[in-house]
Ligand binder design. Sequence first.
Ligand code: SF4
Length: 85
Amino acid sequence: MRTRRGFFQALAGGAAIVCAAQQGRAAPAKAPKKKVSKAKAKYQDHPQDIRACATCNLYLPPDQCKAVVGQVSPDGWCELFDLAD
Ligand code: SF4
């Protein structure tokens, strides 16, 4: 049988593990307040390895982006890429 103290110690240990895991995770990128040009974002019309607009948090289907001016392709990519969760 587990004591009350043991229960709370186990609970605190679990919370510490969760906090440590969250700290190791990169914070999601925020969209800039003002959109940037494709050139400044180094946008390209093809994926960067497996990363593409279609899997980016800043992508607005079917062809817009919260961070980059103009139309983007779901298969495109730029340096502001932010992986969707
Ligand atoms: S990869 Fe770049 S252009 Fe594509 S949706 Fe994300 S931020 Fe916009």
